[in-house]
Write a protein that binds this ligand. Structure first.
Ligand code: ASP
Length: 438
């Protein structure tokens, strides 16, 4: 019976049950039970996803590069990918800026709340400032240095180093294509076999996904509300308009900008697209991490939308690290919101600076929970806004993080289809199965 439900329904059911367990835990004051006996299963699920991320990137990218008939294609695909990613990011930021300037959520923010929050979250803000200090001391070309690892095992040992592994995998794949030695075929076949194995492991992990997201969400609700749910709901009311502007922006990008891309550049019906992406979005929402969601994104984009593995394995991992439409939109809204609460008028030049720095900051954000708010400090600094303002939005950052992560992974998939279409590397038929069979 359970088998018959589609994957998205199973994951959704897991999420709802998880939310219920979390609320019950808080309500009955047995949060400790959820923390000790339910949440660990969520951590196990998250670990499983992270576990396969690196081998998946390596094996699928090498398989992809060696499968390209013409390797000059690689630089063309690379340039296109980066251009499309930048374009969507700038569009998303513009949507955020327009909305936050139109609705001005910061202007109605009560003065007493502002002082209270600044005091309450001062310590948390200090922690974020320390994290950013390391990043700021680097020179402008540091990003180049960061892409080239000095030790491949070291690079593969930390999921934050995805770009380094991508770099090595491309190099490795290119060398396989160029070297004409019979023994090289063995290596090539080995990596292709490895890729198949990793894909099977992802299938196994997805069997566990409904339970994993259930445990993640139950644990999150208990952590988030401490033991007092009404306090948290009250916070939502205070920051409601700000949250609504962020959510409105995310929805606009998801329901207007992406469908336009899909229609004109990819020739995909957006209903089909969202049907395929729904399980991916649920996992992104539950994990708040586009990096952890990558294995699921790759599987659905390839099997559900028919994007060839050469393109998907190249475009999607790069997207996880550099393309974050949701994060950049949120950073723009948050920066202007903070300015409004502090009564600081932003000039047009400052707003344009936000577009530029939010683009760079989202490129620099890792696909992990909470990365966006740390990188927001760069945006605030660039336009001379008080970093202490983070205190105002920290309390509800997690739920917004979950939502912006959904947009981040969706945006990566949109561009994967667009690039695949332009390279004739997509095998999509309208109405094709909306998701891979699990
Ligand atoms: N959690 C986001 C992601 O993984 C990054 C962020 O905005 O904090 O995509």
């Amino acid at each position: 019976m359970w088998q018959k439900f589609p994957l998205w329904a199973k994951i959704l059911a897991g999420m709802l049950i998880g939310i219920l367990i979390g609320i019950l835990g808080v309500w009955l004051k047995v949060g400790w039970f959820v923390t000790d006996w339910v949440k660990p299963f969520g951590v196990v699920f998250l670990n499983l996803l992270k576990l396969v991320a690196m081998p998946l990137i390596f094996a699928s990218l090498v398989t992809g590069v060696t499968g390209l008939s013409d390797i000059t294609k690689l630089s063309r695909i690379g340039l296109k990918t980066i251009a499309y990613y930048l374009l969507t990011t700038v569009l998303a930021i513009t949507v955020g800026l327009l909305l936050v300037n139109a609705f001005k959520p910061g202007e109605s923010f009560p003065e007493d709340k502002r002082l209270e929050m600044l005091e309450q979250y001062a310590v948390d803000v200090e922690g974020r400032k320390l994290a950013i200090d390391n990043i700021k001391s680097d020179g402008p070309l540091q990003f180049l240095v960061d892409i080239v690892p000095d030790n491949v095992v070291g690079a593969a040992s930390d999921n934050a180093n995805m770009l380094q592994v991508i770099f090595f995998a491309i190099l490795f794949g290119l060398a396989i294509v160029i070297v004409k030695h019979p023994k090289v075929e063995v290596v090539k076949d080995f990596v292709i076999g490895l890729n198949e194995i990793i894909l099977k492991i992802i299938d196994f992990i997805m069997l566990f996904a409904p339970f994993g997201v259930m445990a993640l969400l139950a644990g999150l609700i208990v952590d988030f509300s401490g033991d007092n749910l009404s306090d948290s709901l009250h916070l939502f009311a205070t920051l409601g308009l700000y949250a609504l502007v962020v959510i409105g922006g995310l929805l606009f990008v998801a329901l207007v900008i992406y469908p336009t891309y899909l229609r004109f550049f990819a020739g995909i019906r957006f209903v089909d697209f969202y049907k395929t992406m729904f399980p991916v979005q649920l996992v992104a929402f539950s994990t708040s991490s586009s990096a952890a969601t990558l294995p699921v994104t790759m599987e659905q984009v390839e099997k559900g939308l028919g994007v060839s593995s050469e393109v998907a394995s190249f475009v999607l991992p790069i997207g996880v690290t550099i393309n974050m439409d949701g994060t950049s939109l949120y950073q723009a809204v948050a920066a202007v919101f903070i300015a409004q609460v502090f009564g600081i008028e932003l000039t047009l030049v400052q707003q344009l600076t936000i577009v530029l720095t939010a683009t760079l900051a989202s490129i620099g954000s890792a696909g992990v929970p909470g990365a966006g708010i740390v990188m927001l400090i760069i945006v605030l600094n660039a336009v001379g806004l008080p970093v202490e303002g983070l205190a105002l939005i920290l309390a509800i950052d997690r739920p917004l993080d979950m939502l912006r992560t959904v947009l981040n992974v969706t945006g990566d998939a949109v561009i994967a289809t667009v690039v695949a279409k332009s390279e004739r590397k997509i095998d999509y038929k309208p109405g094709m199965i909306g998701e891979s069979e699990q």
